[in-house]
Design a protein around this ligand. Structure first.
Ligand code: SF4
Length: 75
């Protein structure tokens, strides 16, 4: 069972790239200027979710996002 859920609102992303700098294993900038949550699943249009056991740097990415597009939930 995964312990955390990373929830990424891609529509909210303004392309500041902080997430990709802080957590390059999970976030990568796309050519459209927005970040992608790597290995995430789009559960609703624009909303991407990834369940993980190990948060890694995801909390830093969430904290660093200027528009709060990344949320972490404990499962
Ligand atoms: S830090 Fe936030 S606004 Fe910047 S690219 Fe990542 S998700 Fe988008």
């Amino acid at each position: 069972m995964a312990k955390f859920k990373i929830i990424y609102d891609r529509d909210a992303c303004i392309g500041a790239a902080a997430c990709a700098a802080l957590d390059p294993k999970r976030f990568e900038m796309n050519t459209d200027g927005k970040a992608d949550l790597l290995k995430g699943k789009e559960t609703k249009p624009g909303l991407w979710v990834l369940e993980v056991n190990d948060l890694g740097e995801a909390q830093e990415a969430a904290d660093g996002c200027p528009v709060d597009a990344i949320k972490i939930e404990e499962l």
